[in-house]
Design a protein around this ligand. Sequence first.
Ligand SMILES: Nc1ncnc2c1ncn2[C@@H]1O[C@H](COP(=O)(O)OP(=O)(O)OP(=O)(O)O)[C@@H](O)[C@H]1O
Ligand SMILES: [Mg+2]
Length: 370
Amino acid sequence: MIPFMYGTVVTKDFFCGRAEVILRINELLLSSQNVVLHGERRIGKSSLVVEVIRRQKAVTGIYVDLMEVKSEEDLFQRLARGVLAAKYKKSMFELLGKTLTNFKPQIGIDPITQLPTLSIDSKIKIEDNSIDAIFNSIVEINKKQRVSVFVDEFQDVLKIKEHRPLLAKLRSKIQYISDISFVYAGSIRSQMEQIFADIDSPFFKSAIPITVGPIEHDLLTEFIKARFKIGKRNISEKIIEKIFTITDMITGDIQQVCEAIWSTSSHGDEITNDSFYKAVELIFSHENVVYQRIFGELTGFQLKVLKGVAQYGGREIYSNNFFEKNGFTNASSVKRAIDKLIKVKILFIYKKEYKFANPFFKLWLLKNYT
Ligand SMILES: Nc1ncnc2c1ncn2[C@@H]1O[C@H](COP(=O)(O)OP(=O)(O)OP(=O)(O)O)[C@@H](O)[C@H]1O
Ligand SMILES: [Mg+2]
């Protein structure tokens, strides 16, 4: 068994820390408040949501993922599927079948548990009154078994062409269900802000914001040591610190390095600096095609600006010092390059600092081109 997982939601033994934020979310769920979880990419929002649902006994979680949602119809289908997929008591089965009749739920049997399941046919046409049907159904279910609704990648609702009237419609429904908590999670900070912090948005201040940040430093250190111990590998705090620094404490990236160290080391090994660099090389080799493509798509000047940010940091890129070190003379051309690098999502801005979306690409640039 590989004790590190990345790129998927992690729960149970793979899930570390976050006790405080889980407690806080649970409190809010129990008092039927709406919550919005903000956080950087790969920091662990989805895992947190799924783990909250898994641990929660008093409230059943309905999980809906809106990643790349295409249309209003697609959104309602996902919502209906989420409603049907939640974990209900056996006695709820009949009610569920009845309550979503518009969606013509099909009865099946789970091959593993042999319990009955309900699913909907993706070809079912969603009628105009479907939104009422789904929300009524959630209200009916909640009368018998308390539920809360978790909507992941909520910002993708903005990808739907007619999202404004849709958001208004959703908001007006949600606002009347005051005894059910809605939890929204999303990654793209500015877009989540557009939904929850823009005064003209129907969702303006409609949920209590919680920031999902890095996992507690000491807890994560102990967690990583213990996971390596499972396969009789020893890792020092110094190396762990190095992993934290290069990944800027982004949870998913930390796990990616640990997984690479794991797969380039053996039973009984002491993890050294060499093992660390071997692991980073492995990541480079996996991601090399992507790096080359990015490289090929940028102009010489954009690359020069990018290397400057890799080498000297992205905090003061318009300072004389940064210009001198990189030989830049024209602020507007640097700004244009930065705008482009943000647009293609190579860089992002966080607390006035330009950062690499992929820390390994930054290391690769530093190694090969500076
Ligand atoms: N509590 C945790 N303990 C250990 N590792 C975690 C934890 N949460 C997340 N991770 C690691 O981070 C990775 C990304 O987690 P997750 O998909 O939950 O993040 P996310 O913020 O939802 O990401 P995205 O922005 O891509 O949606 C996981 O695959 C796992 O490696
Ligand atoms: Mg996620």
